[in-house]
Ligand binder design. Structure first.
Ligand SMILES: *[C@@H]1O[C@H](CO)[C@@H](O)[C@H](O)[C@H]1NC(C)=O
Ligand SMILES: *[C@@H]1O[C@H](CO)[C@@H](O)[C@H](O)[C@H]1NC(C)=O
Ligand SMILES: *[C@@H]1O[C@H](CO)[C@@H](O)[C@H](O)[C@H]1NC(C)=O
Length: 412
C-alpha cells in the first residue's frame, strides 16, 4: 500500500513539475484562430475573363495580428479547380476605411494600404497569382501583420477589405499561355476597358483581358458555365504587447522612379506593374543572348534580366521575402547596397495534373525566412532587384515583384 502511494506522490510531483515548467516556457500561450471564407460567386465560361472587385469582404474583426493568408479557387462543391481550367491571374486584398453607415457608395473610401513603395498602386496587404497554392505565407513568431488597431481608423469610419480577383477560363482555348498572358489578338480587343485605343506595339497585358472579355476558343468547343469562388483561409491571433508588428513592402522591377531634385523630398515611384520579354529566338543576339539560343532553339543560354535600384524608405529586420513571377520566370533576387543577398526567390513549376501541381504553370514561389536579426536593411539603403525570365519565347504581361515583411527596430 505505502509503496503504491509513494509512487503515486512521486508521479504527482513530476506532473506538477512538468506543469510548472510548461507554464514558465509559455507565459503567454497564443491561440491561433483559423477562419475560412469564400468570395462571392463569379461565373466563367470557356475563354471568358472575370476581373472583379468585391468590397467589404468577410475578414477577421478586431485588433488582431494576421499570421497566415492562403487562397485558392474552388468550385461550388468546394473542390480545388486546376489552373488549366481556371487560370488565377491574380488576387489581391487591400485595406480601406469607410464610414460605418456607407455600404454601397465607394466615394468616401480611404485606402489604408501597405508601407510602399509603389505610390498609389500595389498597395495590397495580401496577394498572389497562380503560385497561390504552394507559396508559404505564414508569419513566424513573435511577428504579425497588425490590423484593426482602433488608433489607425479615422473617426466615424471602420476598417474594411476589398478583394480584386482576376481569373481566366482556359477550357478549350486555342492557346492557353497566350490567353494567360493576355495577348490582345487572342482577345480580339482593340480598345481597353476605358475605351482607349490599344497601341499596335502593345502585344499583350492586362489592358487586353479586362472583365467580360473572351479569349479565342477552339472551333466547336462546348463547355458549360461554371460558378467559382476564391476560398481564403486566414490565421490570426488576438493582438497583445508581445507581438512584434511587421511592415509590408512591395518592390516592382518596372518602377521608373526619379530621384527628387530636393534631396529631402520623398522619391516618387511609378510602378508599371507589367512588362514584356522579347524572344531571343526570333531576334538573335539583340537581347543579351548567346548564340546557343538562336542556333539550336534549346531553352537555355537565353535569359532576359531586368533590374531596378531603389532607396528603401525605412530600415529593419527582414522577416519574410517572396517574389512574384509568371510563366517563364527564372528567379529573382534582392540585393543590398553592398551586394549581399537579402532574399532570392524562385518559381516552382508544376509537373503533373492535380491542383497545385499543374504541369508548366508556376504553382508556387520559394520564400525566405531569415533568422530574425540576420538580414537587415538600413534606412535609405539602395536595394537592387534583379529578375530573370526565360526569353526562349516572347512573353507579354509578365511581372516581377518582391514582397517583404520588415520589422522595425524597437525604439528602446
Ligand atoms: C455617394 O456619397 C457622396 C457623399 O458621401 C454623395 O455626394 C454621392 O452623391 C453619393 N453617390 C451615390 C451614387 O449615392
Ligand atoms: C473581332 O471583333 C470584330 C469587331 O470588334 C468583330 O467584327 C469580329 O467578328 C470579331 N472576331 C471574332 C473572332 O470574334
Ligand atoms: C539571373 O541571370 C544571371 C545571368 O543571366 C545570373 O547571373 C543571375 O544569378 C540570375 N539571377 C537569378 C536570381 O536567378
Amino acid at each position: 500500500m505505502s509503496g503504491y502511494s509513494n509512487c503515486y506522490l512521486l508521479a504527482l510531483a513530476v506532473l506538477l513539475l512538468l506543469v510548472a515548467i510548461d507554464a514558465n516556457s509559455q507565459t503567454e500561450p497564443r491561440k491561433v484562430k483559423t477562419v475560412v471564407f469564400r468570395s462571392p460567386k463569379f461565373v466563367l465560361k470557356p475563354g471568358s475573363v472575370a476581373n472583379k472587385y468585391y468590397y467589404n469582404i468577410d475578414f477577421p474583426k478586431g485588433h488582431v495580428a494576421i499570421k497566415d493568408f492562403h487562397a485558392e479557387v474552388v468550385d461550388k462543391a468546394g473542390h480545388p479547380v486546376p489552373l488549366y481550367e481556371t487560370y488565377l491571374h491574380h488576387w489581391v486584398v487591400v485595406r480601406y476605411y469607410q464610414q460605418k453607415s456607407n455600404e454601397l457608395n465607394t466615394s468616401d473610401i480611404i485606402v489604408g494600404g501597405n508601407s510602399g513603395i509603389c505610390d498609389g498602386v500595389l498597395n495590397q496587404h495580401f496577394g498572389l497569382g497562380s503560385e497561390t497554392r504552394k507559396t508559404a505565407t505564414y508569419v513566424p513568431d513573435p511577428y504579425g501583420i497588425e490590423i484593426g488597431n482602433p488608433k489607425d481608423v479615422p473617426e466615424g469610419y471602420e476598417e474594411r477589405w476589398v478583394l480584386n480577383l482576376h481569373a481566366i477560363d482556359t477550357r478549350g482555348v486555342e492557346d492557353r499561355l497566350g490567353c494567360n498572358e493576355c495577348k490582345c489578338d487572342l482577345y480580339n480587343v482593340t480598345k481597353d476597358e476605358d475605351g482607349q485605343a490599344i497601341e499596335p506595339d502593345y502585344i499583350g497585358g492586362l489592358r487586353c483581358c479586362y472583365d467580360k472579355t473572351r479569349c479565342r476558343v477552339k472551333h466547336g468547343f462546348k463547355g458549360s458555365k461554371k460558378g467559382l469562388y476564391l476560398k481564403y483561409t486566414v490565421k490570426y491571433v488576438e493582438w497583445d504587447a508581445s507581438i512584434v508588428p511587421v511592415k509590408i513592402y512591395i518592390l516592382d522591377v518596372t518602377d521608373t522612379w526619379k530621384k527628387p531634385e530636393n534631396p529631402t523630398a520623398k522619391a516618387k515611384h511609378q510602378c508599371q506593374i507589367e512588362y514584356s520579354v522579347k524572344s531571343c529566338y526570333a531576334n538573335g543576339a539583340n537581347f543579351g543572348c548567346t548564340d546557343t539560343c538562336s542556333a539550336n532553339g534549346a531553352n537555355f543560354g537565353c535569359t532576359d534580366t531586368k533590374k531596378v535600384s531603389v532607396p528603401f524608405p525605412t530600415g529593419g529586420d527582414v522577416i519574410y521575402g517572396v517574389a512574384h513571377q509568371h510563366t517563364g520566370g527564372a528567379g529573382s533576387t534582392l540585393h543590398g547596397e553592398d551586394g549581399r543577398v537579402i532574399c532570392s526567390s524562385h518559381p516552382i513549376y508544376g509537373k503533373g495534373k492535380g491542383p497545385g501541381n499543374e504541369a508548366g504553370y508556376v504553382v508556387g514561389m520559394s520564400t525566405c525566412y531569415p533568422k530574425p536579426g540576420s538580414i537587415k536593411i538600413m534606412k535609405g539603403e539602395t536595394v537592387t532587384l534583379l529578375t530573370n525570365y526565360s526569353s526562349f519565347r516572347r512573353h507579354t504581361g509578365v511581372m516581377s515583384l518582391f514582397y517583404l515583411l520588415v520589422a522595425e527596430p524597437s525604439p528602446n
